[in-house]
Ligand binder design. Structure first.
Ligand SMILES: NC(=O)c1ccc[n+]([C@@H]2O[C@H](COP(=O)([O-])OP(=O)(O)OC[C@H]3O[C@@H](n4cnc5c(N)ncnc54)[C@H](O)[C@@H]3O)[C@@H](O)[C@H]2O)c1
Length: 314
């Protein structure tokens, strides 16, 4: 298949592209090296991929319709996996318009080109953040998600809605995947696990919000990629799937795992919770399991070990 991957230079995108190339797909990747974190890191993410003759890279912005049109004119595309977004909960509170612009206008542009160029398979990267502070656990796809507590979460819910409209109007097959906190090699530098490991290794203090009591359903990046590939293979109509590990742990217990795997004790400064942060994320991924054959297999202990091994090899 010829697959367009948006946000291909990012954390999840670069792993996904490697998997697609390994199984023989042709990948058209686009990324604008957005300044959320350094371009250098993203270029490193692309390092191996750029050498592959089945990979075609375009630098540009999903808000730029002429740029997008040129990609669709020049390449035969069978499916789109749309990962490009302004990610991150807390910064979305400072820059809500930018988040709406990239995550909503960008997504609508891609859906519009899907329709125009008759590309019937579309995968949209949604997020567990749409569940906000829902009080029944684990989260299920048919829970009410009308109360996002950050602009980022609101843009992901809105993305799911505009995807539905395009499915309804033009019969596009669309899977919206609600990823639960993804970690592993190349994790974005501002995310808790990569930041904590970096600071603990340097002997620096880490700031732990919500006094370490928040629960997160951490999901290893290869499990997420497997979920994306399965949703593409089984693309049929409009579906929302949770893609999560299903075993949430407290932040303070996560730090213990990191300390144990690094063999270093963390210096911890406890702080109150931050606006926009949810207390708990906990995936019920049984729909993905039943309909797609998805199962998350990497435990948090194994995943942290793999991540540290990757850092040591760099
Ligand atoms: N990492 C997680 O825990 C997580 C959880 C839930 C959902 N998601 C979603 O998964 C997707 C990938 O996340 P990630 O963690 O790999 O983030 P990332 O920031 O590493 O990757 C996103 C990529 O998109 C690119 N991009 C941003 N704006 C763009 C634009 N306007 N035009 C073109 N490219 C643009 C960035 O340069 C970056 O390379 C995002 O949609 C994110 O919201 C991630």
């Amino acid at each position: 298949m010829n697959i367009l991957v948006t946000g291909c230079a990012g954390f999840i995108g670069s792993h996904l592209v490697e998997n697609l190339l390994d199984r023989g797909d042709v990948v058209v990747g686009l990324d604008n090296f957005d300044n959320y974190y350094s371009k250098e890191i993203k270029l490193q993410n692309l390092d191996n991929i750029l050498k592959n003759k089945n990979f075609y890279f375009y630098e540009g912005d999903i808000r730029d319709e002429l740029f997008l049109e040129s990609i669709f004119d020049l390449n035969k595309i069978d499916a789109i996996i749309h990962l490009a977004a302004r990610a991150g909960v807390r910064p979305s509170i400072e820059l809500p318009k930018l988040y709406c612009d990239v995550n909503l206008i960008g997504t609508t542009n891609l859906l519009e080109f899907s329709h125009k160029f008759k590309i019937s398979k579309f995968v949209f990267a949604s997020s567990s953040s749409v569940y906000g502070n829902n009080s029944s656990f684990p989260f299920k796809e048919d829970d009410i998600v009308d109360y996002p507590i950050s602009p980022y979460a609101a843009t992901k819910k809105a993305g799911e809605l505009i995807c539905y409209s395009y499915h309804h109007l033009y019969s596009l097959n669309i899977s919206c995947l609600r990823f639960f906190t993804v970690y592993g090699p190349r994790q974005r530098p501002e995310m808790a696990i990569s930041k904590f490991i970096d600071l603990i290794r340097k002997g620096s203090e880490i700031e732990v919000y919500a006094k370490g009591q928040s629960l997160r359903d951490y999901t290893y990046v290869q499990d997420i990629v497997n979920g994306i590939l399965l949703s593409l293979e089984n693309s049929n109509g409009y579906n929302i799937y949770n893609i999560g590990g299903g075993k949430p742990i407290k932040l303070i217990d996560l730090i213990s795992v990191i300390e144990q795997k690094l063999g270093i004790n963390a210096k911890i400064k406890y702080l109150d919770s931050q606006p926009g942060d949810v207390d708990i994320t906990y995936a019920d991924s049984s729909k993905a399991s039943e309909l797609l054959g998805y199962n998350s297999v990497v435990t948090i202990e194994e995943g942290i070990e793999k991540y540290i091994a990757w850092l040591n090899e760099k």
